[in-house]
Ligand binder design. Structure first.
Ligand code: SF4
Length: 290
């Protein structure tokens, strides 16, 4: 039977703030220090906003595929999944790399305001919800600046997203990597159910979603698996777009550099016929794809 609780790596912590303190360079971060000082001096009002810190993998200032319009895309490091086709294997595992405050991220984002005014900011990864407090703080600040926000997630850690946090998210890009639990686990290394639970919760909240499904010949292309994703998506009420993406090998060289095994070296990208057949299955379930 499919296990319903996410199986997490040992560094899981319920609070992004305390969790980050374990990994900050000097054992403390601005977020923690501000919180501590606010608690120590009860005579002072707590600061209006508390800047949080997060581990950033990379930044793309003019992204065009991760949400509507031109977007500032913040890729965070850290991911509990091990997708066979991941093109950022260096982002997997514990969050690591450059530490940025949410304050500094937004200061940078607003410099691009003219370019992204029909777009916004997207936080991707890795799995952004490994750093949920940081994501929330960046999005809260972005909304205060009138900037559109998009969360790009596998949904595996969706239970970490509070309703309050989701209020600061305009759009969720949700990857549903398979519908068959065994195939999902083979593809990602983790269980499927948390992603389905998160999708239903987003639907119940009326939160806008773009669903993404990656077609990998020999891995995710079984008709029953594809049809299962299509049927599931057809039952959601707030899906604005469904994207069927062809598997590609852009990240393969990184595996070699990292000394990791790339399991899909012998897998070819899907042919136009295979893509068309996959889209046809979605269509038969009443789901239009792009
Ligand atoms: S969820 Fe994304 S970052 Fe994580 S392993 Fe899968 S493809 Fe890579």
């Amino acid at each position: 039977m499919e296990d319903r609780r996410p199986s997490l790596a040992p560094f899981e912590c319920a609070s992004g703030i305390s969790w980050l303190s374990h990994y900050s360079a000097k054992g403390t971060n601005r977020c923690e220090r501000r919180l501590a000082s606010a608690h120590e001096d009860a005579s002072e009002s707590p600061p209006e906003s508390v800047p949080c810190s997060g581990f950033v993998h990379s930044i793309e200032t003019c992204g065009t595929v991760d949400g509507p319009g031109l977007r500032y895309v913040l890729f965070l490091s850290g991911c509990p999944l091990r997708c066979q086709y991941c093109h950022n294997p260096d982002a997997q595992g514990k969050p690591h790399g450059e530490i940025r405050t949410s304050e500094s991220v937004i200061e940078d984002v607003v410099k691009y305001r003219n370019f992204i005014r029909r777009g916004g900011i997207t936080i991707s990864g890795g799995e952004p919800m490994m750093q949920n407090e940081f994501v929330h703080d960046v999005f809260r600040r972005a909304k205060a600046e009138g900037i559109h926000t998009t969360l790009d997630t596998s949904g595996f850690l969706g239970h970490r997203a509070s309703d309050e946090m989701l209020e600061s998210v305009d759009l969720v890009l949700l990857d549903i990597k398979s519908s068959d639990p065994q195939t999902y686990r083979e593809t990602t290394g983790v269980s499927l159910q948390p992603t389905l639970d998160f999708a239903r919760r987003l639907s119940d909240l009326g939160k806008s979603m773009w669903i993404r499904f990656v077609l990998v010949p020999g891995l995710t292309d079984d008709e029953a698996n594809v049809r299962g994703v299509a049927k599931f998506v057809a039952g959601l009420t707030s899906v604005e777009r469904v994207e069927v993406l062809p598997f590609h090998k852009l990240g393969e060289s990184k595996y070699e550099q990292l000394g990791m095994r790339y399991q899909l070296s012998d897998t070819a990208a899907p042919s136009p016929e295979q893509m068309a057949s996959c889209r046809q299955i979605f269509s038969e379930e009443g789901v239009t794809t792009r």
